[in-house]
Design a protein around this ligand. Structure first.
Ligand SMILES: [Zn+2]
Length: 267
């Protein structure tokens, strides 16, 4: 009887332990499930809700990306640079032409020099330097006389051809581009020169560097800021200090306005 009792107690105890254990397992499992629902493990996040979380982010970032791409495309498009040609008349001379060439070299700017035959004869080394540094050499007559006073044949025979011959002797290049001194040329001479293959170049922006009454640096810069335009042919000279003083600022001003410098031939 006592043994039976002891056996029954043992059985009840065992069943109790089993019940508790099973209950604990079940409640533990419930607890884990709740945790999983509340805080899914990383692998669930990756394949499940994270995709939905990322999706809005992607959608949100897409317009930004398009916006950025748009800006990049705008920046990557070649900016249509406006062009301007600096021209220097009446050289070469003993003092200013070499200084002008130094400045152009430092600033990496190409220009056009309308030279006089008489000075080409006097300063041949400067003509060679102008040519060798990549600038365009053009014809400004031999004596700087008023071409309106000459016949068409005289313009060629006395002024233009001798000057271009001298330049060709020094550089191998015979210029067929000319600028009449003072801009003075009769209409019939304009037609005659064009028919014989000459290109006549005047100017579209006079810096007035030649005029001591209005060639202070500030006046020249203000003139450029007021009159600049694409394709401008800028009139300057080789024969005065006003030009060399203001030239670095002239170059900077045009660059800040968005221009690149070319020779007249490249306009
Ligand atoms: Zn001149």
């Amino acid at each position: 009887m006592r043994n039976k009792k002891r056996g029954l107690v043992a059985l009840v105890y065992t069943l109790f332990v089993l019940f508790i254990s099973t209950g604990s397992v079940q409640s533990s499992q419930l607890y884990i499930n709740e945790l999983l629902e509340a805080n899914p493990p990383p692998q669930v996040l990756k394949e499940g809700p994270v995709v939905r979380v990322i999706q809005p982010g992607v959608q949100k970032s897409t317009p930004d990306e398009e916006h950025i791409e748009g800006e990049v495309e705008v920046e990557s498009e070649p900016k249509p640079l406006r062009k301007v040609a600096l021209t220097f008349d009446d050289g070469p001379d003993a003092h200013y032409t070499s200084r002008i060439l130094d400045i152009l070299k430092t600033e990496d700017v190409l220009a056009t020099f309308f030279v006089l035959g008489e000075y080409v004869e006097r300063y041949p080394e400067l003509v060679k330097r102008i040519f060798s540094e990549g600038h365009l050499i053009a014809n400004h007559s031999r004596t700087h006389g008023d071409l309106a006073l000459l016949t068409n044949e005289e313009i060629i025979a006395l002024e233009l051809d001798p000057t271009s011959q001298l330049i060709e002797n020094l550089t191998g290049y015979y210029p067929m581009m000319m600028r009449p001194p003072y801009g003075s040329l009769r209409p019939d001479s304009v037609n005659f020169l064009k028919e014989t293959g000459w290109r006549i170049v005047r100017w579209s922006l006079d810096t007035f560097d030649w005029d001591s009454r209005r060639n202070q640096p500030e006046q020249i810069i203000n003139r450029i800021k007021a009159q600049h335009h694409n394709g401008a042919v800028v009139l300057m000279h080789c024969n005065g200090p006003a030009t060399t003083t203001v030239l670095p600022d002239v170059i900077r001003t045009f660059q800040e306005l968005g221009y690149e410098f070319v020779t007249v031939m490249q306009l």
